[in-house]
Design a protein around this ligand. Sequence first.
Ligand code: FCB
Length: 278
Amino acid sequence: MQNDPLKPGYNFDAHLVAGLTPIIEGDELDYTINRPSGMKGYIINLTSKGEGTLFSGPDSIDVGVGDLLLFPPTAAHYYHRKKETVSWFHRWVYFRPRAFWHDWLSWQEQHNGVYITRGLDKTAFEQIERLFIDIEYTSKSEASYRNDLAINLLEQLLIRCKSLQPDVLSKALDPRVIEAMNFMTQNLNQEFSIDDVAAHTCLSPSRLGHLFRDEMAMTITQWRDDQRISRAKQLLVTTNHSVNQIGRIVGYSDPLYFSRVFKRKAGVSPKIYREQVT
Ligand code: FCB
């Protein structure tokens, strides 16, 4: 298990991880980042120095200072320093989005499933780079509410990037999917079944299941558990409630089941998570 997100083998099971990858020719980070089946979350990436190359062969494209990339979970990651340059420094944020961010997560231009926004002007670049830096430092700080603050800055970053799109035209989510998400968010602490969610949207469970998966690239249960665990993480570090109480608040009446789901999503048990971040 790798502790450094810049090295291969790091397990990205957090809701937000941010960093700067300073690649210099011949250095230990000078390798190709290659994740053929994408990641569980999104990545937003800004080149701050030098140039990088995405993909290989006829598909390859180069990115330079002021170019932004957004990798949805299904996009393949294949990138490295551009061969003819000595360095490629890029800032990045890995994140699992909240439901209502959907509209900000599609940009106009894409290449092999990766969104691209090129050539920010100086003011936009400075503003955007500042947000990347603030997200990284806030998330690594000791501040109380650091996760919420970092997420809030990430929201600003995503909104700014969306507003830079020349032609803000994005596919709206199906209203029944939004209804389903609202229902689950409002009832996060209740035991509800997929049938209950479906009944609320006036669709059959299987029709809603397919629609949800098509639009959100995950199942209803995965989405619900993601939201519950995200809330549990917040409560673990901002309240003194016991782990079992928190499990109940986020909708798991069975403490063992809560710990199991938490561990699967967060990589550690709720108790260890609390010790690590407080
Ligand atoms: C790091 C890479 C960076 C990004 C994050 C998720 O190892 O250097 O580009 O892919 O992982």
